[in-house]
Design a binder for this molecule. Structure first.
Ligand code: GLN
Length: 341
C-alpha cells in the first residue's frame, strides 16, 4: 500500500451530503436512551430528551439543517465562548490570562477542587470557575444588555432572549457556582460584587438559542472572525485563534481528550444539549441534543459529529486510511451547493 497521500478534490452533490448527515442522525439517535437530560437545574429536567437537530453552515456552500434545528434551548456553557470572545476583545489576551489559565483541568465543569488546592487561578475560561472569573471582569465594563446584543450579533439571531424560567430555576439551585464565586473572591480573582457576577454568568447561560444560531456563530469562528457573506470582521484573528484552541483543549471539560481523538473538531458543549463546533476554514456546526453523557456533553450530538467528522472531512487531522476510505465522497475545499446536485 502506498503511503503517499493522494487528495481527490471531487465534489459530492448536495443530496449525497444530506444523505450522509441523515444516516449520521439515525446512528446518533441510538445514543439518546443512554444519556439523561440535566436535572440539577430543575427546569432543564423538563426538556424532551428525544430531540436532535443539526445545522451545518459551510463557508462556501449551502446550509444543511435537519431535525430540531430551530428549537430554542438554553445555551448554558456555550455562553462561555461568547464571554471569552468579548473579554478578549475588551481586555486583550495578556490581561485576561492574568486572571485565568489556559490549561485543561481534567475535572468536572463545576469542580472547585483544583481551584482550591492546586492553583490560584481557574484552569481555563471554559469551566465554571474560569467563566465566573471572566464574568467578574466583564461586569465592570459591559451590561447584560450589551452582552445580549453581542450574542445576537455573533449568532446572527435577533430572536435570542433570556429564558426567565431557566434563569430563576438555576439561581434557586446554584449553591455550587455561588461557592466557586466566593472562593474566587477569597483568592482576589473576583474583585467586584460576587452576587452580581453570579447573576451575570447565570443570565448568559440562560440565553435561548437554536442549533442554527450556533452554526452561524461557529461559521464566523471558522472564517477567522469574519462573516462569510457580509465580510464584516466581528472578532480579531488572534482572538479567534485563541478561542478555537481553547475549544479543542478544554471545550468538552474532562472529556476533551477523548473527544479530540474521536471527533477532532474544536467544540464547546452546554448542559442544555447544545454543541458549537468549528471546522476551521470549512464549516460552522450547531447541534441540539439534550440527552447528556456523564460529563455533561450531548450524547447523541457527540455521536452525530463523530459520524460526519471524517465522512464530510471536517476533522483537524486525517490519517491515510481515513482519507482513502472517504475518497469517493468528500469535498476538501468546497461544500456542495444546491445547484450542483
Ligand atoms: N449554567 C450551567 C452551570 O453553571 C452551565 C454548565 C454547562 O453547561 N456545562 O452549571
Amino acid at each position: 500500500m502506498s503511503n503517499t497521500l493522494h487528495v481527490d478534490y471531487k465534489l459530492m452533490s448536495y443530496d449525497e451530503t444530506v444523505k450522509i448527515v441523515e444516516e449520521a442522525m439515525r446512528a446518533a439517535r441510538q445514543e439518546i436512551p443512554k444519556g439523561e437530560v440535566a436535572d440539577y437545574i430543575p427546569e432543564l429536567g423538563k426538556v424532551d430528551p428525544n430531540q436532535l437537530g443539526i445545522c451545518i453552515y459551510p463557508l462556501r456552500g449551502d446550509k444543511i439543517c435537519l431535525g430540531d434545528y430551530q428549537t430554542r434551548f438554553t445555551i448554558q456553557s456555550i455562553s462561555k465562548i461568547i464571554s471569552l470572545c468579548v473579554a478578549l476583545e475588551l481586555f486583550g489576551a495578556e490581561k485576561l490570562f492574568e486572571k485565568v489559565e489556559a490549561e485543561p483541568s481534567g475535572e468536572a465543569f463545576n469542580s472547585l477542587v483544583e481551584l482550591d488546592l492546586n492553583s490560584n487561578k481557574p484552569y481555563n475560561p471554559l469551566i465554571n470557575s474560569g467563566a465566573l472569573a471572566v464574568a467578574g471582569m466583564l461586569i465592570e465594563e459591559v451590561s447584560f444588555h450589551d452582552m445580549l446584543r453581542f450574542a445576537r450579533e455573533l449568532c446572527d439571531d435577533d430572536q435570542i432572549v433570556m429564558n426567565r424560567d431557566v434563569y430563576d430555576s438555576e439561581m434557586a439551585t446554584c449553591s455550587r457556582n455561588r461557592a466557586i464565586a466566593y472562593l474566587l473572591e477569597s483568592k482576589g480573582i473576583i474583585r467586584t460584587d460576587v452576587e452580581d457576577a453570579l447573576r451575570f454568568y447565570t443570565k448568559l447561560c440562560s440565553l435561548d438559542v437554536t442549533a442554527e444560531s450556533l452554526a452561524n456563530f461557529a461559521n464566523r469562528l471558522a472564517n477567522d472572525g469574519v462573516g462569510n457573506i457580509s465580510e464584516k470582521r466581528y472578532l480579531s484573528s488572534k482572538n479567534v485563534r485563541i478561542v478555537k484552541t481553547l475549544m479543542l483543549t478544554c471545550g468538552m471539560y474532562d472529556g476533551s481528550g477523548t473527544y479530540a481523538v474521536e471527533v477532532g473538531i474544536p467544540t464547546k458543549s452546554g448542559v442544555g444539549g447544545g454543541l458549537l463546533a468549528v471546522s476551521d476554514k470549512r464549516a460552522g456546526i450547531g447541534v441540539f441534543g439534550p440527552s447528556l453523557d456523564k460529563k455533561g456533553n450531548s450524547i447523541a450530538g457527540c455521536r452525530l459529529l463523530k459520524e460526519i467528522a471524517s465522512r464530510l472531512r471536517l476533522t483537524l487531522f486525517f490519517d491515510t486510511d481515513l482519507l482513502n476510505a472517504s475518497r469517493k465522497n468528500y469535498s476538501l475545499n468546497d461544500f456542495p451547493k444546491h445547484h450542483l446536485k
